[in-house]
Design a protein around this ligand. Structure first.
Ligand SMILES: Cc1cc2nc3c(=O)[nH]c(=O)nc-3n(C[C@H](O)[C@H](O)[C@H](O)COP(=O)(O)O)c2cc1C
Length: 189
């Protein structure tokens, strides 16, 4: 069998990666998940502190966490109304569909803002490597609706930084309108 490896240009990965909100049910082999997280572990980090930590959820562990999140959101909606939960119920549906949910932590050893930046760099590496390997990903902030509950659930005293869904994409994902460079950059001479 002839295998032709086509190398993806970095810029194509940066521009081609999309937030994927529909997944196939096919499981993702553990070696692939490890490969993707390894890319995260190679991110730059403040004082080379590797402040990221990952809790990888699949199968029953993922279902159990999502159930806790769903229960918490339902209670929250009863108290504060549906509007107050923003996109969280919808994001949770995506987490229920995706075969892999990665909970992302920030060890926050020094309380530096830059520690959060390290973790964000790792998440972006993860999303890019997932795309490189033909997987979809979604960077999730909506787990903040269950911030303390998530820390308690996993018995962590790290900061919760977010979550990522991973899986084989069930859609290409829509290209959102991006700001032009002139809207976000100024050049001073
Ligand atoms: C910090 C952060 C948090 C996000 N949280 C969510 C989320 O909770 N739910 C969701 O559907 N998308 C979430 N997104 C995805 C953004 O909506 C998405 O990146 C943006 O619309 C641009 O689309 P693109 O990723 O396809 O370029 C998040 C992205 C970032 C960077």
């Amino acid at each position: 069998m002839l295998t032709i490896l086509v190398k993806m240009e970095l810029i194509d990965a940066i521009k081609g990666r999309r937030s994927i909100r529909q997944y196939k049910t096919d499981p993702v082999p553990k070696t692939i998940i490890e490969d993707i997280l390894e890319a995260g572990n190679w991110a730059p980090s403040a004082k080379n502190g590797h402040q990221w930590r990952f809790t990888v959820l699949t199968g029953k562990a993922k279902d159990d966490y999502n159930l806790m999140f769903r229960d918490h959101l339902n209670n929250f909606i009863q108290k504060h109304g549906r509007k107050e939960t923003g996109s969280a119920p919808w994001t949770l549906e995506i987490m229920e569909e995706a075969p892999v949910v990665v909970i992302v932590w920030n060890t926050n050893e020094n309380g530096w803002i830059t520690e959060e930046h390290s973790v964000a760099a790792a998440v972006q590496n993860i999303c890019l490597r997932a795309y490189d390997l033909g997987l979809g990903s979604l960077w999730i902030g909506d787990v903040f609706y269950a911030y303390e509950e998530t820390r308690k659930y996993f018995d962590k005293d790290w900061k919760l930084s977010g979550a990522i869904t991973l899986g084989y994409p069930g859609t290409e994902g829509k290209i959102p309108k991006k700001k032009t460079l002139s809207e976000v950059a100024e050049f001073l001479e």
